[in-house]
Write a protein that binds this ligand. Structure first.
Ligand code: NAP
Length: 314
């Protein structure tokens, strides 16, 4: 049997809501489409327990269930979902190429980048020392280990508040430590947090040091108004201070903005004709699954249009 060609009409890199929606539209557009999903396709939503703002689900849906459904839908419509990671791209004159972790190379006439963004760290030496030994960037993954113990969450956005609420299912007490006097999280989440007896919100405070020996045993925090320090008896320290776009392999290949997000216009076009970007990798503001899905749809429609233009020699 002849070896399957590794040339595609559209290659999608990334397996979150943007990538899967792009795949659904691209495959339905009749174009041979593959999606780089890595070992665990699903993106950041795999770490979200309950999503109650994705339309179509009257009851909360688990992030992993939503992503599994998107994966199945993309496959059913004909997308080839690769378990490979994209290691390098070549966006010099088309066909574009993507080198994969398996050592294989894939080419395409259009590429959609939907690699998302990943959690940020504070950068404290003690934080780095105790990552995996008490310091975590994923409450959903590690919350279970703190049953009956006290934990703290650093941050004041939606992620921090969601993490704090999630952790109340296990922990005896949850401190939410925020650097300002007002949370950034949406009102609904704030309201839930403030009504939860297990939560103490510590305003105007920053993490100075994670304390411990072999493992973390506590957190030294400082009130930035008064200078007062306080020791929290928290063997679990969860960092939830935002995200960094996953654009390392695209640096120098197309234009990025000052924060490293891919510069793309409203129709998802990047600085390279034929390369499109969708989702959190180009969206520094909304970062919502439904917005990412919408951008994935736009990117696929634009990519299909681009292929039509190539065909008709425009
Ligand atoms: P975010 O909105 O950027 O919030 C980051 C939080 O961390 C802010 O409160 C920020 O403080 C704080 N922070 C940043 N750097 C810090 C530092 N060095 N030291 C201490 N604190 C620091 O990030 P996010 O919460 O991850 O949310 C990202 C996006 O995803 C948002 O658009 C959010 O709405 C969305 N999201 C939505 C949901 C949902 O709807 N269910 C869930 C999760 C995330 P300041 O407030 O002082 O800037």
């Amino acid at each position: 049997m002849a070896e399957k060609s590794e040339h595609y009409g559209i290659i999608i890199i990334g397996a979150g809501p943007a990538g899967f929606t792009a795949a659904i539209y691209a495959a339905r557009g009749g174009v041979r489409t593959c999606l780089f999903g890595g070992i665990a396709p699903g993106g950041q939503l795999l770490q979200t327990t309950e999503i109650e703002n994705f339309p179509g689900f009257p009851e909360p849906v688990a992030g992993s269930d939503l992503m599994t459904a998107m994966l199945k839908q993309a496959k059913r419509l004909g997308t080839e979902v690769l378990t490979d990671d994209a290691l390098a791209v070549d966006f010099s004159p088309p066909p574009f190429s993507v080198s994969a972790s398996s050592g294989r190379k894939y080419t395409a006439d259009a590429v959609i980048i939907a690699t998302g963004a990943r959690a940020k760290w504070l950068g404290l030496p003690s934080e780095q020392k105790y990552i995996g030994k008490g310091v975590s960037g994923c409450a959903t993954c590690d919350g279970f280990f703190y049953r009956g113990k006290e934990v703290c969450v650093i941050g004041g956005g939606d992620s921090a508040v969601e993490d704090a609420l999630f952790l109340t299912k296990f922990a005896a007490k949850v401190y939410l430590v925020h650097r300002r006097g007002q949370l950034r999280a949406n009102f609904r989440l704030q309201d839930k947090l403030k009504k939860n007896d297990k939560v103490e919100i510590v305003y105007d405070s920053v993490l100075d040091e994670v304390l411990g020996e072999a493992k973390a045993s506590g957190a030294k925090i400082r009130n930035i108004e008064t200078g007062e320090t306080r020791l929290l008896p928290t063997p679990g320290v969860f960092i939830a201070v935002g995200h960094t776009p996953a654009t390392e392999i695209f640096r120098g290949k197309l234009n990025l903005d000052d924060s490293g997000y891919i510069a793309a216009d409203d129709s998802t076009r990047t600085s390279v004709c034929g390369v499109f970007a969708a989702g959190d990798v180009m969206d520094r503001y909304y970062k919502q699954a439904v917005v990412a899905a919408g951008a994935g749809c736009k990117a696929a429609l634009e990519a299909l249009q681009h292929l039509e233009e190539i065909k008709s020699g425009e």
